[in-house]
Ligand binder design. Structure first.
Ligand code: GDP
Length: 196
């Protein structure tokens, strides 16, 4: 699987419009502003704005990027943005929870958290929904360049302990789109998932 070959595939705003063909997907989720778009761009080896752009109207949708034959990165709408009207938030909640819990072609989820603000309440909600599926989650602690090494290591330990304490099938790593720290580690894991 070549991440650098990723291409836009489709945008979906309703579960009924999800691609129906068999395949393998990895979903990327996170609070808005956690660094999800930057992480996808970094992993796909693209410039920051070249690939996952924040086209108005698309950020609330589920965006599919094809990596190879029937291998997809799925960019889920960012959550936790306070200024969004309740009706739209409810639509996201429904879309996210149903997608995560019912999508058969979904192999695993990458959850992006700002390393300075890990495991916020809505992140917990995402982890809890997804844990029911018994599928693996991988946490990218993003923006690691913004804090010192020992603080980063401490947060990583805290997050790993959280997963273990809640019996969540998951892993976590330090990541930075700015310095590309953690890029190789993440690509290795994701390539493994997509080959499964
Ligand atoms: P999204 O809403 O989760 O898709 O977040 P973005 O990828 O758009 O990032 C939100 C903000 O954080 C932007 O201003 C980015 O430039 C910044 N950002 C994202 N990743 C990093 C990182 O690894 N390091 C630093 N210093 N800033 C980052």
């Amino acid at each position: 699987v070549l991440f650098s070959k990723a291409e836009f595939y489709t945008t979906v705003n309703h579960l009924r419009d999800l691609p129906k063909e068999p395949g393998v997907e990895i979903a990327f989720a996170g609070r808005s502003n956690a660094g999800k778009s930057s992480a996808i761009n970094t992993l796909a080896g693209r410039g920051r704005f070249a690939f996952v752009s924040k086209t108005p109207g698309r950020t609330q949708h589920i965006n599919f990027f094809q990596l190879g034959t029937r291998r997809f990165i799925v960019d889920l709408p960012g959550y936790g943005y306070a200024k969004v009207p309740l009706a739209i938030r409810q639509h996201w909640t429904e879309l996210l929870s149903r997608y995560l819990q019912t999508r058969e072609t979904l192999f695993g989820m990458v959850l992006i958290m700002d390393i300075r603000h890990p495991i916020m309440p809505l992140d917990v909600q995402m982890l809890e929904w997804f844990a029911l599926t018994k599928k693996p989650v991988h946490i990218l602690l993003s923006k690691a360049d913004k804090i010192n090494r020992s603080k980063a290591a401490e947060t990583l330990r805290l997050v790993r302990n959280y997963l273990a304490a809640h019996q969540i099938a998951g892993s976590a790593q330090i990541f930075s789109s700015m310095t590309s720290e953690g890029k190789d580690e993440a690509i290795l894991l994701l390539a493994n998932w997509l080959e499964s």
